[in-house]
Ligand binder design. Sequence first.
Ligand code: G3P
Ligand code: CA
Length: 379
Amino acid sequence: MLCNINDTVRRLDLRSIIHRLESIRYSQAGTQVTLMHSFRFRSLGLKTIGVLLMTATLSTQAQSQKVVIAHRGASGYLPEHTLQAKAMAFAMGADYIEQDVVMTKDDHLIVLHDITLDRTTDVAERFPDRVRDDGRYYAIDFTLAEVRQLRASEGFDIENGEKTQGYANRFPIGESSFSVPTLSEEIELIQGMNKSTGKNVGIYPEIKGPEFHREAGKDISTAVVKMLKSYGYTSKQDKIFLQTFSFEELKIIHDEILPAQGVDLNLVQLIGDDSSYPWMFEADGMDKLSAFADGVGPEKGLVVSRDSQKANIQVSDFVTRAHAAGMQVHPYTYRLDPGQVPDYADSYEDLLEIHYFRANIDGVFTDFPDRAVEFLRNR
Ligand code: G3P
Ligand code: CA
């Protein structure tokens, strides 16, 4: 194992160790060491770092702490990104709860997956004349007061004039009453539950459509970072990951926005496929990315090939390369609705076993956080 530590340390630039180490994690099997986060070791020497690494080696508590991220809340059970779905995820034991964030016309931050409102609210019925030429209703065209008039629901498509749920077995459209929360309301909910339960559940906000917002004259990332700062999220020790699909935005956040606000947060680069940023898949791609990111959130097919079969599970080198660069890996999205568990897995739990322990990922974004929490607890 010490050889693995030394190999890993050698692969990392010393300056990056001094500036970026925060914690040392071991895979469950104890075969690989992952160095991650930022750790302010500026005043410490190499000898001290070595001692810390040795200490970690001997620790029986050094097993990887695999995490569960509630994707849009407990969205398999309640409408995505509603406060009810977030409270349920909290009660289910998720380690982190995700917020997708977009901006309103009057610059309020709301928790919404799409930059449009029409898939998950009744906006088309309440504000029919506010549709754009493309047939969509953009959140950025509505004030917060208007957004508050909308009823949120499970996601749907319109087919033959009828709303059809994206996931037929989930919470029924039109039942009960849900709304679109602001980011501040959601943070206060989670922090309030942390206080009342003594837990420390993290948040995992994603900047949605950063370029779209910039084109509209809105710097959504600065607004989000300012809000996070106001709620006490200021350092890499705080339980938060800030995520985006846009590397250009990630770089702006890392190089400009965080320093300007005097904070230093864990950043995650989301990766949908290998076409958006081909350089990330080159030999030194993860090392380059790790200068800006503490973690990566790949589509799960990048970790275990969708072409896998039960007798031939094809684990890519994605996790190994990301870990070697000092980054955590949190793939998305793990669901157990009909057709959502790939054929190479026998069940949702088998899928988790393959990804958490054969592919050695560090966490999952899942719509069913209870099942992932239970899986890890029982393993
Ligand atoms: O942010 C991780 C995952 O949520 C990315 O996919 O489209 O659900 O935001 P999406
Ligand atoms: Ca997301």
